[in-house]
Design a protein around this ligand. Sequence first.
Ligand code: ADP
Length: 542
Amino acid sequence: MKGNMMCQPLLISSLIEHAERYHADTAVISKNSDGTMTQSNWREVAANARRFANVLDHFQLTQGDRVATLAWNNHRHLESWYAISGSGYVCHTINPRLFPEQLTFIMNNAHDKVVIFDKTFVGLISEIKSALPRVEHFICLDAYDAEIEKALPDVLFYDLLIEKQSDQFIWPEFDENLASSLCYTSGTTGHPKGVLYSHRSTVLHSYASCLPDTFNLSAKDNLMPVVPMFHVNAWGIPYSAAMVGCGLVLPGPMLDGASLVELIDRYKVTNALGVPTIWQGLLNAAANLGSTLPSLIRNVVGGAACPPAMVLTFKERYQCETIHAWGMTETSPLGAVNQLKAKHTVLDDTDKLSLRLAQGRPPFGVQLRICDQEKGINELARDGLTAGHLQIKGHWIVSHYFAADQSALTQDGWFDTGDIATLDQDGYLKICDRSKDLIKSGGEWISSVELENIASSHPELEMVAVIAAIHPRWDERPILIAKKQAQSQVTAHEILTYYVNKIAKWQIPDQVVFVDTIPVGGTGKILKKELREMYGSILLES
Ligand code: ADP
């Protein structure tokens, strides 16, 4: 016997309808490509989404067709997302910082029919346009600009297009399992692969990410997603923000620390999300500018391991609670979030901190396990000590990659994350390393993350990365790549001495390489693959 309850498909359009109906005047503030600010709200975002849906309607696309976006976090980009997915097309967000060859590979692989882009990327689009034969329309996410028209003769302008359209549009109703958006992995460890999300997975993921034990979002928040909308859909924030009806501050193209401090203080941001390199820049800028970040109650850090020193600085200097989260493109991305339980309130500050530094536990909707092999043959103990291949399953986890024939799962239906981790009895996850970043020294594993955590707590180092260098005797040995703080005179010997008594002697890096810059990818993550290419043979040379 079936239950007697209503059954409505979980569609992305219902999120924007909700935000408009119940949170119409809540502010959506956005920084444009030219640095000017736009003050909007959910009413206008929803109305413009319907206007742009009318524009797309004229393009005679078919349900499921891909519409690509190359854009920063701004209000027009947000509107276009709701228009694309709400109409039944697939919103393909692209990382504009990829190499042109990677971009054209991804766009041709996805069969993008329309490309919408920020003014910042006019040069990039001009460069790759001829390599995109399938694209029928190019839309600049801005007002009319004669210079841009000269550079790209057939270009359309978003503001001109929507100006002429009615704000009436009935969102179509369809199967919640249809595709809503497409995102390629950032390719930190390999070739980018497409992950095709569905309306259902996106809405369920939004419910989960608002919970008090995850990002803890509500209509009282003013949220700033610093994580780009092309990086796993800004961790789903454009959807969960509409679900709870909170304010949004979209930072546009300027993600340096000083610009972010200015936005947080000016618009009283309560909660912000980003990768560790972003927060490092913010902490440096806040100290230089003398800001105490008074409005910032929480920040979420994910995408890479959060250095312990960062959590402490946010807490002690800014009274800001740092929430550590783990996820990946294939997991929408929420896989685990670190919030403590009632039983942890009795712990002293040191124990609480050590628990908070792990990646947290899974929300309802996903399950985690660790296995002795990537294929998932034997599940290992959840004792907080045994490390193994981390696997995940749940409502918003990939089952196979875009345009791939084969399943991405183990035989018994789990997705192998490529991470090596421990789990404890409560499900608290601790990522030891990515399997590709682990250093295999004489048959023993050394975690690059652990070595980075120690180095990043050194007051004279601004940014650090540990990689495996090939070693004639031990196969691989760790080396530390470090960028010093301005004016620092610290020596390699002093840094290596700093490791003594903090870690087993044989795990201390063999060498320190001081550099002026450490390469980071489009999502702000350190590109270890690139570092390995540059310095991976350094121990063979000495
Ligand atoms: P890419 O795989 O190209 O870097 P993703 O953004 O999907 O793109 O990265 C997912 C990976 O990032 C995870 O598999 C994990 O190795 C790493 N990661 C994400 N969050 C954390 C975290 N909090 N701590 C450590 N590693 C993390």
